[in-house]
Design a protein around this ligand. Structure first.
Ligand SMILES: Nc1ncnc2c1ncn2[C@@H]1O[C@H](COP(=O)(O)OP(=O)(O)OP(=O)(O)O)[C@@H](O)[C@H]1O
Ligand SMILES: [Mg+2]
Length: 253
């Protein structure tokens, strides 16, 4: 059974102040199997963030449905959805979204605190996640005291602390230099090998080449998808670039 299913998602943004409407997603259907690492690519404005936010229940679709482990998330109330998101999904943003008034440890523990978990259970989870992500030495520091790459690792820890079914990331390497990007992508690769399902939006072919499947979106629809299969990362990278070139050709036809 797929872990995540998007069926016929449509999203129309309408402004209260003007008559113009934007169709950010037209008709998006795809499934994510447990243990997959999917990258979503497409030009700026093609609807990638809209799609990810809808998958995460941060935003609601105009039509269509998202199912996580077989249950529709559309039926949940706003409050249920917030708790559901906290328990089942981990979200990573381009700009980290860490709170500077909390130290890194408290940032990571925030989802558990909001769930009202016991301190002892929290500390246990924290030390295991911190070890996996190699950030034990950073826990007592504050976000403004560490580098971008380190901040993103802390943000990954916060996303992983509840043991989410799916990790969703919107341009997670967008603010990182190339070395920190590679480290983050290797970390994603390792987490994925350990069984973590990941869906990542990215502009970068290099970042996407770490994934096992790439979905290309154009004008709010899925244009194409390619699987890595047995190819190595470099061969897959070439194929991703070929597809992007074809897509650019199609949009100017
Ligand atoms: N809250 C909103 N209200 C109105 N229009 C929006 C809103 N959010 C996004 N849009 C529009 O929907 C379309 C898709 O936006 P989206 O942010 O999903 O694109 P994207 O693929 O993530 O782009 P980028 O690569 O630049 O991040 C764009 O035309 C955008 O202007
Ligand atoms: Mg975006």
């Amino acid at each position: 059974m797929p872990i995540l299913e998007a069926s016929h998602l449509r999203k129309i943004y309408s402004s209260r102040f003007s008559a113009t409407q934007v169709e950010a997603l037209s008709d998006v259907t795809f499934q994510v199997q447990p243990g997959e690492f999917i990258a979503i690519m497409g030009e700026s404005g093609s609807g990638k963030s809209t799609l990810l936010n809808i998958l995460a229940g941060i935003d609601r679709p105009t039509a269509g449905e998202v199912r996580l482990n077989g249950s529709s998330i559309q039926k949940l109330s706003k409050r249920e959805l917030a708790a559901f998101r906290r328990n089942h999904l981990g979200f990573i943003f381009q700009d980290y979204c860490l709170l500077d008034t909390f130290n890194n440890e408290d940032n990571i523990l925030l989802p558990l605190v909001l769930n009202g978990e016991r301190r002892s259970a929290m500390t246990e989870r924290l030390s295991s996640v911190a070890r996996r992500l190699d950030i034990t030495d950073l826990l007592r520091k504050y976000p403004y005291e560490i580098s971008g790459g380190q901040k993103q690792r802390v943000a990954v820890a916060r996303a992983m602390i509840t043991g989410p079914a799916v990790l969703l990331a919107d341009e997670p390497t967008g603010a990182l230099d190339s070395k920190s990007s590679e480290q983050l992508l290797s970390l994603f690769e390792t987490l994925n090998r350990q069984g973590q399902t990941i869906v990542m939006v990215t502009h970068s072919s290099k970042a996407a080449s770490y994934a096992s499947r790439v979905l290309f979106i154009q004008d709010g629809r899925i244009f194409h998808q390619i699987f890595k299969g047995d190819q190595n990362r470099w061969a897959f990278y070439e194929k991703i670039n070929d597809t992007l070139n074809r897509m650019a050709g199609a949009s100017h036809a």
